[in-house]
Design a protein around this ligand. Sequence first.
Ligand code: 5GP
Length: 121
Amino acid sequence: MINIKTYDEKNIFSKILRGEIPCKTVFENEFILAFEDINPQAPVHVLIIPKENYCSLQDFSLNASDKIILEMIRSIGKISEKLELENGYRIISNIGDDGGQEVPHFHIHILGKKKMTKILP
Ligand code: 5GP
């Protein structure tokens, strides 16, 4: 079972943030990192993560500062422009076991360049 209350520094995104494993960076600033998903589910599939440690959107929404919450939301618009997703895109954040979360560091998926249909497959 994924723990969404206690942060586990062994998770893969924590290793990416520490530079221990590589990623294909799309956008980075003081607060966030965005990189290509290793197993893309659409022609564009990017993950946005905060540089601070939060287990999930649940943890982030309750405990992050207003500043970092603003930076995460603003980054969605900036990154979608950079990726030229003017035709639209989908964002997803999976939370915990029932949400299907695999990596316990809060992340937002941006999926684009594909016509999305149903919310769930
Ligand atoms: P979740 O199911 O937790 O919402 O999504 C985790 C995502 O992380 C998946 O889409 C998966 O393909 C991606 N992922 C897992 N390991 C790695 C990795 O080592 N590098 C990158 N770039 N993406 C990864």
